[in-house]
Design a protein around this ligand. Structure first.
Ligand code: SF4
Length: 726
């Protein structure tokens, strides 16, 4: 009979479906008649309908059926509130929620965690009860960082996953296609809608030689980022292959895939090999290893598979790299770095080194860092710079506490932070330098954009392997090169670090540590979802109203935005992130960054009914209260995520002739003709009523397909879904 291997130890009755991949590929192969890359095999193996799918890399859209969904606590709030509003009893695919983003690093792991539990109590209570109600696995604060927990427990070769976080691709280290998405995509999938993805292009990275010495897997992606730059991976899946792959540990491959997000890649992926098998064994999933091995022909690319672009890297010649400051693609080889620090006048003194995070906190990473710390300690040295360690999960924390690496790192002056994002996402109550002071830090994280870690725009943040970060805190300066330079020990004698060494996997097995997982209860009917009606962070949602069936008439223009109007102008971040679960409160940032063409100012628009001037959110709310709809006129780059707008019931339309943008006056009234007849490829006419009484008509186009038109009519994609399930 069919093999039944559970997807994870937590989903005992949900099975890995390799048969679907096999069946889908038989159809796709007969249609395409060409060799396939690995990412093509896994993606097309998850097509909703392989017979009709339009498969053109870089051009068409694929409708896919992911195996699982993962959400972090910041993005989960709105996604779950939306899911609740649809009235469905349970999520359609295995799903987990992870509490990791809201924990601020202040003094150290335990105290910081307790503080976060108090500050975020209402959010955690909501997530705990909502996940229980709808059949979602819940990882409590302190359990660890989403991507590490996914790798340890849920990722499997040949799987397809989406996650509401940009570094979801981390699971590519276990041969899974894992893509970071917005909350709306996650809602679709848990509500049983197929997930739409632009058919990715394929970038191959051919790894030759073998890694050794101070060079680590992190240096592979630092090098790739330097080659491809922050935009180079856009719309593509990066697929690694070649004999060099076997010299990388599974967790090292995960590091490489994780940071592929920095070059804009849809995701990154490795072919199945024994290193993945060993990791599956170590994480108590030997059945998955066996099953993957029996399916290995579909977990590697076909011979002569065709890539859109191929990069070659010889690991035997690859140097350690340091990337930054301010951008992750400014890659400098270690041997040239001290000179670059001088040439660019980067602050040479190293203030803080930070290791760990979802990117680099494997047992191997921690062991190698500890080997460096031990050697320095043997020479009587302590860290000259600040030094923090962020374990990626409770399992890693408990295991390095048991096996001694934590002691080694603490002994030389390191502070172990909570198993959470912490300084990586700016949750860092940094006290060692005043805001505005020019200084340097180096991390083993993935991102280093201005102000990301400590909200200080003068902080020069560099990214490197945990090995280099650890060694450099003993040098205390950016120009210290541990491969070539000596340090003076406490005895006055000079010494040079040996090559770092460390075990890939814990010889005594992982220690799971504290149990921080909450499984959904068997009786879910009695679970009450807790949302405090007085909360300013959470608010229950009601479904959006369906379209009234009429062509809109006489609509005021809320704002005619001039110039750049990106997602940051439409929905600012920073302090607003706190309100991600409260639609009314987060709406107070709606379009406040956009420049009004009428007066050249931000967040000041005229209410076309009263004539008064006010903020964009306030005027929009005033229209709503009077039952008046409105339009926003944007420039070329407005609303990058068109599909998301459609899902929320909005009507994104484009000027047929872009120059017509200039014919719209901010105080025009607008009729839209042709909404009733909206069909794939149809035209809509915008009739402008100018203030002087004249009118003119402007042709508009749209990109709705038949399915999306149904979303608009129902008021949202979710409404449509809920209706069709009744
Ligand atoms: Fe994102 Fe950093 Fe958290 Fe990783 S550790 S999930 S990169 S915030």
């Amino acid at each position: 009979g069919a093999t039944k291997v559970p997807m994870s130890l937590f989903d005992k009755d949900r099975y890995i479906n390799y048969q679907r991949i096999e069946d889908n590929l038989a159809v796709v192969r007969s249609r395409l008649n060409r060799p396939l890359t690995l990412s093509e095999k896994i993606l097309y193996g998850h097509l909703d309908n392989p017979h009709d799918a339009d498969i053109r890399p870089g051009a068409s859209y694929l409708k896919l059926r992911p195996d699982r969904v993962a959400c972090q606590d910041a993005t989960a709030q709105m996604a779950l509130l939306q899911f609740m509003s649809a009235g469905l009893p349970t999520v359609a695919v295995p799903t987990t929620v992870h509490c990791d983003h809201l924990i601020e690093a202040q003094v150290g792991g335990e105290k910081d965690l307790e503080r976060a539990k108090n500050i975020n109590k209402e959010v955690y209570d909501f997530l705990a009860t909502c996940t229980a109600k709808y059949g979602i696995g819940f990882w409590k604060p302190g359990s660890g960082i989403i991507h590490q927990i996914i790798l340890e427990n849920y990722a499997f070769p040949g799987g397809l996953m989406i996650g509401t976080d940009s570094h979801t691709p981390n699971a590519g280290g276990l041969g899974m296609i894992a893509v970071g998405v917005g909350g709306a995509d996650a809602v679709d999938v848990i509500a049983d809608l197929p997930w739409e993805l632009k058919c990715p292009k394929r970038i191959g990275v051919h790894l030759k030689g073998a890694i050794s010495g101070w060079t680590t897997p992190k240096d592979v992606i630092l090098k790739v980022a330097g080659i491809l730059t922050v935009k180079g991976g856009t719309g593509a899946i990066i697929e690694y292959f070649g004999e060099g792959v076997t010299s990388l540990s599974c967790t090292g491959m995960a590091t490489i895939c994780n940071m592929g997000a920095e070059i804009g890649a849809t995701t990154s992926l490795f072919p199945y090999n024994n290193r993945m098998g060993d990791y599956l064994d170590a994480t108590k999933r030997p059945e998955i290893r066996k099953y993957a091995e029996s399916f290995a022909h579909n977990l590697r690319p076909d011979e002569n598979a065709d890539y859109d672009q191929v990069i070659e890297i010889n690991l035997s010649e690859l140097e350690p790299h340091i990337n930054g400051p301010y951008t992750p693609d400014l890659a400098t080889p270690l041997s040239k770095f001290a000179q670059a620090v001088k040439d660019n006048n980067w602050p040479d003194k190293l203030s803080v080194g930070l290791i760990g995070s979802c990117t680099n906190s494997s047992y191997e990473d921690m062991s190698r860092a500890a080997s460096i710390a031990d050697e320095a300690a043997a020479h009587g040295l302590k860290a000259k710079s600040g030094f923090t360690i962020t374990p990626g999960s409770e399992q890693i924390r408990a295991t390095i506490a048991r096996d001694g690496q934590m002691e080694s790192l603490e002994k030389i002056g390191g502070t172990v932070l909570a198993n959470a994002c912490g300084p990586c996402i700016g949750q860092w109550d940094r006290q060692d330098v005043p805001k505005g002071t020019k200084n340097s830090i180096i991390t083993s994280y993935n991102r280093n954009f201005t102000g990301r870690n400590d909200a200080n725009t003068a902080t020069h943040a560099f990214v490197a392997s945990p090995d280099l970060v650890t060694a450099m805190v003993f040098g205390g300066s950016l120009s210290f090169n541990p491969v070539t330079d000596s340090l003076k020990g406490a005895d006055g004698k000079e010494f040079k670090f040996s090559d770092p060494s460390g075990k890939e996997l814990p010889p005594r097995g992982y220690d799971a540590g504290e149990n921080t997982y909450q499984a959904p209860p068997a009786d879910r009917a009695s679970v009450n979802v807790i949302v405090d009606p007085k909360s300013d962070r959470l608010q229950l949602l009601s479904p959006f109203k369906p379209w009234d069936g009429k062509d809109p008439q006489n609509l005021p223009i809320l704002i005619k935005a001039k110039g750049k109007c990106t997602t940051d102008h439409i929905s600012a971040g920073g302090p607003w992130l706190k309100y991600r679960g409260h639609l009314e409160n987060i709406s107070q940032n709606c379009l406040i960054g956009a420049i009004n063409e009428a007066n050249g100012e931000a967040n000041k628009v005229q209410n076309q009914i009263t004539g008064e001037w006010g903020g964009v959110p306030q005027v929009g709310a005033a229209y709503r209260d009077q039952g008046v709809g409105w339009v926003v006129i944007g420039d070329e780059n407005y609303g990058e995520d068109e599909t998301n707008l459609k899902k929320q019931g909005m009507l994104p339309l484009n000027f047929k002739n872009p120059a017509d943008y200039d014919r719209v006056k901010p105080d025009d009234r607008v009729d839209l003709v042709g909404i009733k007849e909206l069909a794939e490829g149809s035209e809509v006419t915008m009739r402008l009523h100018h203030k002087d009484g004249s009118t003119e008509e402007i042709p508009l186009t749209h990109t709705f397909n038949a399915g999306q038109i149904a979303w608009h009519r129902a008021g949202s994609a979710l409404n449509h879904m809920a209706k069709s399930k009744q």
